[in-house]
Design a protein around this ligand. Structure first.
Ligand code: NAD
Length: 494
């Protein structure tokens, strides 16, 4: 069986006491096993990152940028190879895997501009003969802990800016689909990144807790589910680290009565069932405002029958399997239990049969959903789309804002004034106007509100520069020594 190694100090490390299974979700077979780090293996990786830090933080910005230009070239050339790895371990269809890599490449492109991002400010003559300037310096060893659903893009969200800012990194990817992180780390090495700057350590809770308690780790970037994000945030912060911990989501798509229903239905289908609904920005709730609800539900339902579900390697597949059998069964249970909660199952994907042992599940549509039902309250993270019917725009905004999550939200309308009002009023970190999945481009930052993010800074883009650096302000004067005198008063500007 193929083993997936750690990558520490530029070397593959395969010996371990514990291993985790890695499945091909399209066949249901365990094809690989991943080494799981013990605390001493984590210590070894942190030590490698600490040893590499002085050299990397003093590398010129030009040398750092050159690495990112080369990584961009290598990732572009080898995109289909990486996409095949993603599909074999995650299950998403190849075109979607390539899309994920393209979005991750935006963060590498952003990192090539590190010379602009790391500029400080300077003020001449803030007081007589006194100048001030600011600089930003790396925080040190940064830990990046990532989820299963974007095994290439989310690591790239983090490591591009972290490394560009002069930090060294310990990346702990999801143990469910860990190969792409090793692939990416080896590309960085090929691009000229010195050994020890980017280390990959696989593991589960034991490895993560060692990272959170390790005095050598100065900052933690996390993306995953809300309960784990909360724990990561409090434990790492209690240990004096800076933390950004992005959590789960329940993303609403508000459809106003004036919206183009066909366009809204196309968008809902794409955003709900793409990547089998295993996207933190997937639309999981349609909020149908007013009398359009019946027509909208019918427009969505009629489009669902045409979706092709199959292995991600088959070019005709539009949706692949879910990540594990347990997750598939959990997702299905929300549909099965929905009628008892008072909802109406319009399309029951749990009844679809597949000629395969893969973790496939059909797409479901559940109408007349309300807060208080589990199908509404929980993040399902699968191909289940709910419809909540409300009477007015005001009711729609109240529903969105009362939800515990605040990652993304979208409004579909032809009324610019209503869209603008929604943009102001919606309590979420990312808003789409006629855009169902408003993931910001790499020059902006990504992050939610409420239980979708614990911490202050969002991920990638300008916020990442603030997160991965410490600010320093330098005050300078060059007085004539003959004017020097003792003055015990607090220095005042004059
Ligand atoms: P997860 O929380 O189970 O795992 C995320 C990471 O935490 C993994 O590396 C895992 O090994 C580690 N982990 C798991 N259990 C742990 C524990 N008890 N203690 C310490 N570490 C632990 O998440 P997942 O299932 O891999 O990913 C799906 C979740 O991620 C969804 O909730 C989704 O919404 C969320 N997500 C959020 C965003 C965002 O930007 N907000 C993006 C992608 C995914």
């Amino acid at each position: 069986m193929q083993q997936i190694p750690h990558y520490i100090n530029g070397t593959r490390v395969s010996d371990a006491e514990r291993f985790g299974p890695v499945f091909n979700p399209a066949t249901g077979e365990q094809e690989k096993e991943v080494v799981l780090a013990s605390p001493s293996r984590v210590d070894e990786a942190v030590a490698a990152a600490e040893a590499a830090l002085p050299g990397w933080r003093s590398a010129s910005l030009a040398k750092r940028a050159a690495v990112f230009y080369k990584v961009r070239q290598l990732l572009t050339e080898r995109k289909s190879e990486l996409a095949a790895i993603l599909t074999s371990e995650h299950g998403k269809v190849l075109s979607d895997a390539e899309g994920e890599i393209s979005r991750g490449l935006e963060n590498i492109e952003f990192a090539t501009g590190l010379g602009h991002m790391l500029k400080g400010e300077r003020s001449e003559q803030v007081s007589t003969g006194v100048d001030v300037h600011s600089i930003r310096q790396p925080v040190g060893v940064v830990a990046c802990i990532t989820p299963f659903n974007f095994p290439a893009m989310v690591p790239l969200w983090m490591i591009g800016s972290a490394i560009a800012c002069g930090n060294t990194v310990l990346l702990k990817p999801s143990e469910k689909d860990p190969s792409s992180s090793v692939f990416i780390a080896e590309l960085f090495s090929e691009a000229g990144l010195p050994d020890g700057v980017l280390n990959v350590v696989h593991g589960d809770r034991e490895a993560v807790e060692t990272i959170l308690d390790h005095p050598g780790v100065k900052a933690v970037s996390f993306v995953g589910s809300t309960p784990i994000a909360k724990t990561i945030y409090s434990r790492a912060a209690a240990n004096g680290k800076r933390v950004q911990a992005l959590g789960g989501a329940k993303n609403h798509m508000v459809v106003l009565p004036d919206a183009d229903l066909d366009m809204a239905a196309d968008a809902a289908i794409s955003a709900a069932y793409g990547s089998a609904g295993e996207r933190c920005m997937a639309i999981s709730v349609i909020v149908a405002v007013g009398e359009i609800a019946d027509d909208l539900v019918e427009a969505v339902r009629s489009r669902m029958t045409g979706l092709t579900i199959g292995p991600g390697t088959d070019p005709s597949s539009e949706m692949g399997p879910l990540i594990t059998a347990e997750h598939r069964d959990r997702v299905a249970s929300y549909v099965t239990n929905a009628p008892a909660e008072g909802a109406t199952v319009v399309v029951d994907g749990t009844q679809q049969q597949f000629d395969s042992n893969g973790f496939f599940l059909g797409v479901s549509l559940v109408d007349h959903v309300k807060p208080g039902m589990k199908v509404y309250d929980d993040e399902i993270f699968g191909p289940v789309l709910s419809v909540v019917r409300v009477g007015s725009y005001v009711d729609a905004v109240r529903l969105v804002n009362e939800n515990q999550y605040g990652n993304g939200v979208a409004i579909f309308t032809r009324d610019g004034g209503a869209a603008r009002q929604f943009e102001v009023e919606a309590e979420a970190g990312m808003v789409g106007v006629n855009v169902p999945i408003p993931v910001p481009v790499g020059t902006y930052s990504f992050g939610g509100w409420k239980d979708s993010l614990f911490g202050d800074t969002h991920m990638y883009g300008p916020d990442s520069i603030r997160f991965y650096t410490r600010g320093k302000v330098v005050t300078t004067r060059w007085p004539d020594p003959s004017t020097s005198k003792i003055d015990l008063g607090f220095p005042q500007v004059d």
